[in-house]
Design a protein around this ligand. Structure first.
Ligand SMILES: *Cc1c(COP(=O)(O)O)cnc(C)c1O
Length: 362
């Protein structure tokens, strides 16, 4: 059986810092991490089934952040297959109905002014809480170039679209030349004012953020970069360095966390995460309520939990506060859930004297 050290391949420093090495050497076999699970035979059968439906892939870097002695390690929970992915009922494959809002294959348009391009199904590390889990075991059909061309044609013919979000999968699993041609093609459309990249590589494979990449991205500005740190343990010198390189290239980095049971569903963990993000100049943007996706039920908390957390952190620095949102199907999109709305009546009553004094506006 393998332990953590043997799985890290005694990489040279040079290999370790090379993203292609990290990508090539991802841990993809359940057998390789068997020793972490103990020896429950029934669970093992279920684990094998779960991994057959939802494959695993973990970069050696992300794997190295796991504390071997903690069965509930927050990083382990985000990347190790869990039998509850198949034994917990509930959820739908595509709860946001993305597949019904695709005017071109894999181009999702749920808002008039922006469209989201799924340019790959591959990720550096597969997050067990992924809301596009439905794509993992279905290889992309058709050639990437053809797929991109159809997206470009649609966006070019739709002047209302002013922002294009390049997403996936993880677009930064593509090499620089492919990525550059993709960004340049969207950039060349006159009404596309803003480009946005959605990528988790600063968290799961930070060595992907190279000087060359930053030079290229710098030329594609205005470009916004959204990533996903979910736990303070993910903020390391490597991930901080990756974010800093993007920031130095003039690319604002924002964070979209997902509220995950057993990973970050407490006010103290969320506060620690948000303060840590603020320290590395990454703007907390959204805290997503976990979507009702099939295979993710064990990660979902109630909305009351999220509201309680938001209430507890409400008075900390506004620059460290994300918006807590629930994504709902179709065109409605992301709905803000605010701590104050639950207690609005009482809170407002408390301040009646203030409104009276200032002269109530409405
Ligand atoms: C979340 C999302 C966006 C971006 O929404 P913002 O609120 O601007 O971050 C755009 N398109 C789709 C399909 C989305 O799901």
């Amino acid at each position: 059986m393998n332990n953590k050290a043997s799985l890290l391949h005694n990489a040279s420093r040079r290999d370790w810092r090379n993203w292609q090495w990290q990508f090539r050497n991802r841990i993809t076999k359940l057998e390789d991490i068997a020793s972490f699970y103990g020896r429950k035979a029934t669970a093992w059968e279920n684990l094998k089934k779960a991994a057959a439906i939802y494959p695993l892939a973990i970069t050696p870097y992300y794997f190295s952040l796991i504390n071997e002695d903690n069965e509930n390690d927050p990083i382990r929970s985000q990347c190790f297959p869990d039998e509850r992915e198949i034994t917990f009922a509930g959820g739908s494959a595509d709860p946001l109905l993305e597949d019904s809002y695709m005017p071109a294959p894999k181009l999702v348009r749920r808002y008039p002014d922006r469209a989201l391009a799924i340019v790959t199904e591959t990720c550096a590390t597969y997050c067990r809480h992924c809301n596009r889990k439905r794509y993992w075991s279905v290889p992309a059909s058709g050639k990437l170039q053809k797929r991109i061309q159809r997206m470009i044609n649609y966006v070019a013919a739709t002047p209302q679209i002013r922002e294009v979000i390049i997403s996936g999968g993880d677009p930064l699993t593509l090499g620089d030349p492919v990525l550059e041609s993709l960004l340049k093609s969207f950039r060349a459309i006159p009404h596309v004012e803003i480009l946005r990249l959605g990528s988790r590589v600063p968290v799961t494979m930070p060595m992907r953020i190279t000087k060359d990449l930053c030079r290229m991205l710098k030329r594609c500005r205005p470009l916004w970069f959204n990533t996903q740190f979910n736990h303070p343990a993910e903020i390391t010198s490597e991930s901080a360095r990756a974010c800093n390189m993007l920031l130095e290239a003039g690319i604002p980095v924002s964070n979209q966390s997902v509220l995950l049971k057993g990973v970050n569903d407490s006010a103290s963990v969320i506060r620690d995460l948000l303060y840590s993000l603020q320290k590395i100049s990454v703007r907390p943007y959204y805290l997503f309520h976990c979507d009702p996706v099939k295979g993710c039920a064990h990660f979902r908390t109630g909305i009351a939990k999220g509201l309680t957390i938001m209430k507890k952190i409400r008075r900390q620095s506004g620059l460290s506060l994300p918006q807590y949102v629930l994504d709902v199907p179709g065109e409605e999109g992301k709905l803000p859930l605010t701590a104050i709305s639950r207690t609005a009546q009482n809170d407002l009553k408390k301040f009646q004297y203030f409104f009276d004094k200032c002269g109530q506006i409405d």
